[in-house]
Ligand binder design. Structure first.
Ligand SMILES: Nc1ncnc2c1ncn2[C@@H]1O[C@H](COP(=O)(O)OP(=O)(O)O)[C@@H](O)[C@H]1O
Ligand SMILES: [Mg+2]
Length: 390
């Protein structure tokens, strides 16, 4: 092992991605990080909470651990907890309030939403299929799921979700400079999917190509600033392939985003997927896991046909140090579901089961929704007391 190459400023930089969803800002700028240093491969981080009992602690813990352990030379993360003093709490509240007031809350994505970008090294591996099916599986559990189609020129989400009306806009309400775009909605059992895509703004894929380099280059930024997402529990972002500008812009605009990498079982796909994971690391975006798609096809007689190779998902997971969340088999229903706008996850079969299992893992293990109802320390109620003159 080489000399430790991580200093405090790097640990703090990566901790800026950890949001306190209740206060709507990152824990570093809120002054909640008391100390952060790395010693012999172990990162020691002391975080002061508004009150010790808040259940957000588990969320913050998980986020800190997954982010900080992505730093080179960090193999272990030790969190130490502390409580803010009354004075510190007043300052934090002031800041939280200023943030809320300026609702220059940098994007329209609610800070409590868990943001997952679905990426891959190359096109055609099934990012969009994975995005719409995970959205469907999450919504069928009763969640509100935003789907942002960031594949600006190669959009396929509208077709795959059977949404084809044009996006509408609503006029500016008090305090807003301009009107907002309203996402298209699709109900899925007890849940809702909210869709935004350039495919809902332009007439055809040809028009989209024509607009290339003009207004569409700014589309992703607009989708974050000018779309009235309202409440969403999860926001899934269907990324364009590769490691270009859109990826970098999203990492900058959505510091709470985390990534899932889709790969096929082929060795070549796994190699390019590693580059995406590298890019995620460089932009301090944790990689939650790997999804292998187009795994072995099972024939009606039960025989298994690994048409696109085998083991790519496992190898990629091992190489980037993230879990393999599931292997989606090759199945005609995945493709027909995409063509007819009825994702396979809303029907049955093996591929559908895998999507539902991954969704359950997201909710139960990896990115549980932030549940504010249980929070005994709803600290925002302290604001009027803390700021009597404002
Ligand atoms: N598990 C699968 N089984 C069968 N066809 C699939 C599967 N996953 C994706 N496809 C098909 O492969 C093509 C590419 O998938 P898509 O999700 O559009 O990839 P990407 O978004 O990465 O370019 C689509 O036609 C899709 O229907
Ligand atoms: Mg796609």
């Amino acid at each position: 092992m080489s000399e430790p190459s991580v200093d405090e400023s790097e640990v703090l930089a990566i901790l800026r991605g950890v949001m306190d969803p209740e206060l709507g800002d990152n824990i570093v700028d809120l002054g909640m990080v008391r100390s952060a240093y790395v010693e012999q491969g172990t990162a020691h981080i002391t975080i002061a909470l508004t009150t010790a009992g808040c259940p957000l602690r588990a969320t913050i813990k998980r986020d800190c651990e997954s982010r900080v352990s992505s730093l080179p030379d960090v193999s272990n993360v030790q969190l130490h907890w502390d409580e803010l003093t009354a004075d510190e709490r007043t300052r934090v509240m002031q800041r939280a309030r200023a943030n809320a007031r300026d609702t220059a809350a940098p994007t329209q994505i609610p800070p409590r939403a868990r943001v997952i970008s679905i990426a891959s090294g190359k096109g055609g591996v099934g990012k969009s299929s994975v995005t719409v099916n995970l959205a469907t599986a999450l919504a069928s559990k009763g969640f509100t799921v935003g789907v942002l189609d960031a594949d600006i020129w190669g959009f396929s989400v509208p077709r795959m979700l059977g949404v084809d009306s044009r996006l509408s806009a609503r006029p500016a309400s008090a305090g807003e400079e301009r009107g907002k775009i309203v996402p298209e909605e699709r109900r899925e059992g007890p849940g809702v999917i909210k869709v935004v895509s350039t495919g809902l703004m332009v007439e055809t894929e040809e028009t989209a190509l024509m607009w290339r380099g003009l207004m569409l280059a700014k589309a992703v930024e607009q989708f974050l600033h000018d779309v009235d997402w309202g409440e969403v529990d999860y926001l899934l972002i269907d990324m364009p392939p590769g490691t270009g500008d859109v990826q970098m812009a999203l990492a900058r605009l959505l510091p709470q985003a985390e990534m899932m990498v889709v790969t096929t079982p082929a060795l070549s796909a796994q190699k390019v997927a590693v580059r995406v994971a590298d890019m995620a690391r460089r932009s301090h975006m944790p990689v939650l896991g790997v999804i292998e798609n187009m795994s072995a096809f099972t024939a009606p007689d039960g025989s298994s046909w690994p048409l696109f190779g085998e083991g790519g998902g496992e190898r990629l997971a091992a190489e980037i140090g993230a879990p393999l969340l599931g292997s989606v088999p090759l199945e005609a229903a995945v493709s027909t579901g995409g063509d007819t706008g009825q994702p396979v996850a809303s029907a049955g079969g093996r591929a559908s089961e895998v999507f539902h299992t991954i969704a359950t893992r997201i909710v139960e293990e990896i990115l549980p929704p932030v549940n504010m109802d249980d929070c005994t320390a709803s600290s925002l109620t302290e604001v009027p007391v803390a700021l009597p003159n404002e």
